[in-house]
Design a protein around this ligand. Structure first.
Ligand code: ZN
Length: 297
């Protein structure tokens, strides 16, 4: 007999997305704080489930999208140990074909059409208002999640950047840049890869409120609760009316056009460089960011 006590059971794994409902407000929280909420497929599908759950729940009027930890989201997962871009994940009826069975540009196109552009479009069109609660990094794929929300509340420490041009790719898959900020500002963001502060994002109309970091959750909740006082149908129709106006201003077809260019760039990279990201993995992106920080100082 051993005197060693039996090991206590391992704690249940933390879910990659948390879902909480308090009164009429559901809060969906990205929960990979260790990796600054980098989005792997496990997370995007969990987000999809949570947002549809909130949408289907009659008691929910408004949905808050948040990120656990110090950062909203550092973007798509391009280098954590749980990076899972190659796993089969085609589950949604009406979406693209099972990308895990395909090869080359077809595989990439099918995956990104589903996991990135497709999901973002569907989330933007959910009938209930979404409020993004953004702190710290909101970078590349993180922008897409904030932009599909109807309103954005930013902490003073929030910053926004799309450094994807460094990969030779013209910005992230959900290319809403010229609709969520003036085109000239969008070009500056893309051409430099620089960070836009929360204050500037407010000045150009990309975010609705800038609040101290300590007050972010409470301010977001207060705003969501005010909205929740409105009739459900009124909110759904108002949302639809504004979304339709954006689409009439070219958002829907603009996203399609830019997505095609995005995939031209991926294919070019795959043909001429190490990989579809042009060799710019998470380490190379960080190094480029660091070099810029040194240069700027
Ligand atoms: Zn892509």
């Amino acid at each position: 007999m051993s005197s060693v006590p039996p090991a206590s059971p391992a704690p249940p794994a933390e879910p990659v997305v948390r879902y909480e409902r308090l009164g009429p407000v559901a809060t969906v929280t990205m929960n990979r704080p260790r990796y600054r909420n980098a989005q792997n497929s496990a997370m995007t599908y969990a987000l999809d489930d949570a947002l549809y759950e909130a949408s289907a729940d009659d008691g929910v009027k408004v949905i808050v999208l948040a990120g656990a930890g110090d950062h909203f989201s550092a973007g798509h997962d391009i280098g954590t140990p749980e990076r899972d871009a190659d796993l089969p994940h085609a589950r949604r009826a009406g979406m693209w074909w099972d990308h895990s069975r395909e090869a080359g540009a077809e595989r990439r196109l099918a995956r990104e059409a589903e996991v990135y552009l497709g999901m973002c479009r569907r989330w933007r069109e959910l009938p209930k208002p979404l409020v993004a609660s953004v702190q710290g990094a909101c970078v590349a794929g993180g922008l897409m999640l904030a932009w599909v929300c109807d309103l954005i509340v930013a902490a003073e420490d929030a910053f926004f950047a799309d450094p994807v041009v460094r990969m030779g790719i013209p910005g992230v898959e959900y290319f809403a840049h010229p609709w969520v900020m003036p085109p000239r500002v969008a070009k500056e963001l893309l051409y430099t890869g620089d960070r836009m502060s929360a204050r500037r994002a407010y000045e150009v109309g990309m975010v609705n409120r800038v609040v101290p970091r300590a007050e972010l959750a409470a301010e977001t909740r207060a705003l969501a609760e005010r909205m929740a006082g409105m009739p459900r149908l009124g909110l759904a129709l108002a949302k639809r009316a504004v979304n339709q106006a954006e689409d009439l201003q070219g958002l829907h077809s603009g996203l399609d056009a830019a997505f095609a260019l995005h995939h031209l760039a991926h294919a070019h990279n795959a043909e001429t460089a190490a990989d579809p990201l042009g060799g710019m993995d998470v380490r190379a992106m960080k190094a480029a960011d660091g070099a810029r920080a040194v240069r700027d100082s």
